[in-house]
Design a protein around this ligand. Structure first.
Ligand code: ADP
Ligand code: MG
Length: 212
Protein backbone atom coordinates (compact mmCIF):
# COMPACT_ATOMS: atom_id res chain seq x y z
CA UNK A 1 0.00 0.00 0.00
CA UNK A 2 1.35 3.37 -0.97
CA UNK A 3 1.79 6.23 1.47
CA UNK A 4 2.14 9.96 0.88
CA UNK A 5 5.75 9.72 2.03
CA UNK A 6 6.59 7.03 -0.51
CA UNK A 7 5.41 9.34 -3.31
CA UNK A 8 8.32 11.67 -2.61
CA UNK A 9 6.58 14.31 -0.53
CA UNK A 10 8.52 16.09 2.18
CA UNK A 11 8.04 15.37 5.86
CA UNK A 12 6.50 18.83 6.38
CA UNK A 13 3.87 18.04 3.79
CA UNK A 14 3.18 14.45 4.82
CA UNK A 15 2.68 15.62 8.39
CA UNK A 16 0.28 18.32 7.28
CA UNK A 17 -1.64 15.83 5.16
CA UNK A 18 -1.79 13.38 8.07
CA UNK A 19 -3.08 16.13 10.35
CA UNK A 20 -6.10 16.69 8.11
CA UNK A 21 -6.88 12.97 8.16
CA UNK A 22 -5.69 11.74 4.76
CA UNK A 23 -4.22 8.30 5.39
CA UNK A 24 -3.75 6.78 1.96
CA UNK A 25 -3.33 8.58 -1.36
CA UNK A 26 -6.14 8.05 -3.86
CA UNK A 27 -5.43 6.44 -7.24
CA UNK A 28 -4.97 9.74 -9.10
CA UNK A 29 -2.77 11.03 -6.29
CA UNK A 30 -0.58 7.91 -6.36
CA UNK A 31 -0.04 8.20 -10.07
CA UNK A 32 0.13 11.96 -10.53
CA UNK A 33 2.18 13.11 -7.55
CA UNK A 34 5.51 11.41 -8.41
CA UNK A 35 5.27 12.82 -11.95
CA UNK A 36 4.39 16.31 -10.90
CA UNK A 37 7.00 16.48 -8.15
CA UNK A 38 9.93 15.97 -10.46
CA UNK A 39 8.58 16.19 -13.97
CA UNK A 40 9.18 19.06 -16.30
CA UNK A 41 6.48 17.92 -18.71
CA UNK A 42 2.99 19.21 -19.21
CA UNK A 43 0.39 16.96 -17.66
CA UNK A 44 -3.25 15.95 -18.15
CA UNK A 45 -5.04 14.21 -15.29
CA UNK A 46 -8.46 12.76 -15.95
CA UNK A 47 -10.50 11.37 -13.09
CA UNK A 48 -14.07 11.64 -11.88
CA UNK A 49 -15.25 14.23 -9.40
CA UNK A 50 -14.45 13.37 -5.80
CA UNK A 51 -11.28 11.40 -6.55
CA UNK A 52 -8.88 13.85 -4.90
CA UNK A 53 -7.57 15.88 -7.83
CA UNK A 54 -6.93 18.97 -5.67
CA UNK A 55 -4.25 17.18 -3.65
CA UNK A 56 -2.93 15.49 -6.79
CA UNK A 57 -1.77 18.88 -8.09
CA UNK A 58 -1.77 20.86 -4.85
CA UNK A 59 0.79 18.81 -2.94
CA UNK A 60 3.37 18.95 -5.76
CA UNK A 61 2.72 22.67 -6.26
CA UNK A 62 3.43 23.32 -2.60
CA UNK A 63 6.57 21.22 -2.59
CA UNK A 64 7.83 23.01 -5.71
CA UNK A 65 7.30 26.47 -4.23
CA UNK A 66 10.42 28.35 -3.18
CA UNK A 67 9.15 30.60 -0.39
CA UNK A 68 12.39 32.59 -0.48
CA UNK A 69 11.38 33.98 -3.88
CA UNK A 70 8.77 36.72 -3.54
CA UNK A 71 6.98 36.00 -6.80
CA UNK A 72 3.85 34.28 -8.06
CA UNK A 73 5.20 30.85 -8.98
CA UNK A 74 1.92 29.04 -9.57
CA UNK A 75 -1.50 29.92 -10.92
CA UNK A 76 -4.52 27.68 -10.40
CA UNK A 77 -7.57 28.50 -12.53
CA UNK A 78 -10.93 27.18 -11.38
CA UNK A 79 -14.47 27.81 -12.64
CA UNK A 80 -16.24 29.32 -9.62
CA UNK A 81 -15.73 31.47 -6.57
CA UNK A 82 -16.68 28.53 -4.34
CA UNK A 83 -14.11 26.26 -5.95
CA UNK A 84 -11.40 28.92 -5.71
CA UNK A 85 -12.05 29.34 -2.02
CA UNK A 86 -12.19 25.60 -1.46
CA UNK A 87 -8.93 24.98 -3.35
CA UNK A 88 -7.21 27.84 -1.55
CA UNK A 89 -8.30 26.52 1.86
CA UNK A 90 -7.22 23.00 1.00
CA UNK A 91 -3.80 24.21 -0.20
CA UNK A 92 -3.46 26.26 3.00
CA UNK A 93 -4.04 23.12 5.04
CA UNK A 94 -1.41 21.23 3.00
CA UNK A 95 1.03 24.10 3.66
CA UNK A 96 0.19 24.41 7.35
CA UNK A 97 3.82 23.61 8.29
CA UNK A 98 5.16 26.22 5.87
CA UNK A 99 3.89 29.52 7.26
CA UNK A 100 5.98 31.50 4.76
CA UNK A 101 4.02 30.15 1.81
CA UNK A 102 1.49 32.72 0.68
CA UNK A 103 -1.73 31.82 -1.07
CA UNK A 104 -4.45 34.09 -2.39
CA UNK A 105 -7.82 33.44 -4.03
CA UNK A 106 -9.26 36.03 -6.43
CA UNK A 107 -12.73 35.68 -7.95
CA UNK A 108 -15.63 37.75 -9.18
CA UNK A 109 -18.37 39.19 -7.02
CA UNK A 110 -15.92 40.35 -4.37
CA UNK A 111 -14.09 43.60 -3.68
CA UNK A 112 -11.38 43.92 -6.33
CA UNK A 113 -9.48 46.57 -4.35
CA UNK A 114 -8.97 44.12 -1.50
CA UNK A 115 -7.73 41.53 -3.97
CA UNK A 116 -5.30 44.07 -5.45
CA UNK A 117 -3.97 44.76 -1.97
CA UNK A 118 -3.60 41.02 -1.39
CA UNK A 119 -1.53 40.78 -4.57
CA UNK A 120 0.67 43.68 -3.45
CA UNK A 121 1.42 41.89 -0.17
CA UNK A 122 3.01 39.06 -2.14
CA UNK A 123 1.69 35.72 -3.32
CA UNK A 124 3.37 32.41 -4.20
CA UNK A 125 0.30 30.49 -5.36
CA UNK A 126 -2.63 32.38 -6.87
CA UNK A 127 -6.02 30.66 -7.22
CA UNK A 128 -8.36 32.49 -9.57
CA UNK A 129 -11.47 32.44 -11.68
CA UNK A 130 -10.65 33.34 -15.29
CA UNK A 131 -12.82 36.45 -15.50
CA UNK A 132 -11.51 38.17 -12.40
CA UNK A 133 -7.94 37.23 -13.18
CA UNK A 134 -8.15 38.75 -16.65
CA UNK A 135 -9.57 41.91 -15.13
CA UNK A 136 -6.70 42.12 -12.63
CA UNK A 137 -4.16 41.43 -15.38
CA UNK A 138 -5.60 44.21 -17.55
CA UNK A 139 -5.23 46.58 -14.62
CA UNK A 140 -1.56 45.61 -14.42
CA UNK A 141 -1.91 44.13 -10.95
CA UNK A 142 -0.53 40.65 -11.57
CA UNK A 143 3.13 39.92 -12.26
CA UNK A 144 3.55 36.53 -13.90
CA UNK A 145 7.17 37.07 -14.98
CA UNK A 146 8.33 34.26 -12.66
CA UNK A 147 5.38 31.92 -13.19
CA UNK A 148 6.40 28.25 -13.27
CA UNK A 149 3.11 26.35 -13.23
CA UNK A 150 -0.40 26.89 -14.53
CA UNK A 151 -3.06 24.47 -13.35
CA UNK A 152 -6.37 24.34 -15.20
CA UNK A 153 -8.64 22.68 -12.66
CA UNK A 154 -12.07 21.40 -13.67
CA UNK A 155 -11.15 22.37 -17.22
CA UNK A 156 -14.37 20.93 -18.65
CA UNK A 157 -16.46 23.02 -16.26
CA UNK A 158 -14.51 26.20 -17.03
CA UNK A 159 -15.23 25.75 -20.72
CA UNK A 160 -18.87 24.80 -20.07
CA UNK A 161 -19.23 28.05 -18.19
CA UNK A 162 -18.01 30.02 -21.20
CA UNK A 163 -14.51 30.97 -20.07
CA UNK A 164 -12.81 30.00 -23.35
CA UNK A 165 -11.93 33.57 -24.31
CA UNK A 166 -10.56 34.45 -20.86
CA UNK A 167 -8.52 31.24 -20.75
CA UNK A 168 -7.10 32.00 -24.21
CA UNK A 169 -6.14 35.53 -23.14
CA UNK A 170 -4.52 34.32 -19.93
CA UNK A 171 -2.58 31.43 -21.48
CA UNK A 172 -1.37 33.67 -24.28
CA UNK A 173 0.08 36.19 -21.87
CA UNK A 174 1.84 34.00 -19.29
CA UNK A 175 5.48 32.94 -19.85
CA UNK A 176 5.88 30.20 -22.43
CA UNK A 177 8.40 28.19 -20.47
CA UNK A 178 5.94 27.35 -17.70
CA UNK A 179 4.50 23.89 -17.05
CA UNK A 180 0.77 23.47 -17.71
CA UNK A 181 -1.18 20.87 -15.76
CA UNK A 182 -4.78 20.23 -16.78
CA UNK A 183 -7.26 18.37 -14.60
CA UNK A 184 -10.72 17.43 -15.69
CA UNK A 185 -13.45 14.86 -15.13
CA UNK A 186 -14.13 14.64 -18.86
CA UNK A 187 -12.22 15.35 -22.06
CA UNK A 188 -14.64 16.89 -24.57
CA UNK A 189 -13.19 18.36 -27.75
CA UNK A 190 -13.08 21.89 -26.32
CA UNK A 191 -10.74 20.69 -23.57
CA UNK A 192 -8.69 18.68 -26.08
CA UNK A 193 -8.30 21.87 -28.12
CA UNK A 194 -6.96 23.80 -25.13
CA UNK A 195 -4.40 21.06 -24.56
CA UNK A 196 -3.41 21.11 -28.24
CA UNK A 197 -3.11 24.89 -28.34
CA UNK A 198 -1.30 25.49 -25.06
CA UNK A 199 0.44 22.32 -23.92
CA UNK A 200 3.55 20.56 -25.20
CA UNK A 201 3.58 16.75 -25.43
CA UNK A 202 1.56 16.37 -22.24
CA UNK A 203 1.82 13.19 -20.23
CA UNK A 204 -1.76 11.97 -20.02
CA UNK A 205 -3.07 10.02 -17.07
CA UNK A 206 -6.58 8.66 -16.93
CA UNK A 207 -7.87 7.00 -13.80
CA UNK A 208 -11.14 5.07 -13.70
CA UNK A 209 -13.92 5.44 -16.25
CA UNK A 210 -14.32 8.50 -18.39
CA UNK A 211 -17.38 9.84 -20.06
CA UNK A 212 -16.73 12.27 -22.86
P1 ADP B 1 -11.96 16.22 -7.12
O1 ADP B 1 -11.25 17.52 -7.35
O2 ADP B 1 -11.33 15.09 -7.85
O3 ADP B 1 -13.43 16.32 -7.36
P2 ADP B 1 -11.29 16.74 -4.36
O4 ADP B 1 -9.85 17.02 -4.50
O5 ADP B 1 -12.20 17.90 -4.17
O6 ADP B 1 -11.82 15.85 -5.58
O7 ADP B 1 -11.45 15.68 -3.17
C1 ADP B 1 -12.72 15.18 -2.77
C2 ADP B 1 -12.77 15.00 -1.27
O8 ADP B 1 -11.89 13.95 -0.87
C3 ADP B 1 -12.32 16.23 -0.50
O9 ADP B 1 -13.15 16.39 0.62
C4 ADP B 1 -10.91 15.89 -0.07
O10 ADP B 1 -10.54 16.58 1.10
C5 ADP B 1 -10.98 14.40 0.13
N1 ADP B 1 -9.71 13.69 -0.11
C6 ADP B 1 -8.85 13.90 -1.12
N2 ADP B 1 -7.80 13.06 -1.06
C7 ADP B 1 -7.99 12.29 0.04
C8 ADP B 1 -7.24 11.22 0.66
N3 ADP B 1 -6.09 10.79 0.13
N4 ADP B 1 -7.74 10.66 1.78
C9 ADP B 1 -8.91 11.09 2.29
N5 ADP B 1 -9.66 12.09 1.77
C10 ADP B 1 -9.22 12.68 0.65
MG1 MG C 1 -11.71 19.25 -8.17
Amino acid sequence: MSTFESLGLSQQITEAVGAIGFETPTAIQQQAIPHLLSGEEDFIGLAQTGTGKTAAFGLPLIQRTDTMLPFIQSLVLAPTRELCLQICRELESFASNQPGLKLLAVYGGADIVRQMKGLERGVHILVATPGRLRDLMRRGKVDFAHLQHVVLDEADEMLNMGFKEEIDDILQSVPENRRTWLFSATMPKEVRRISEDYMENPFELSVGQQNT
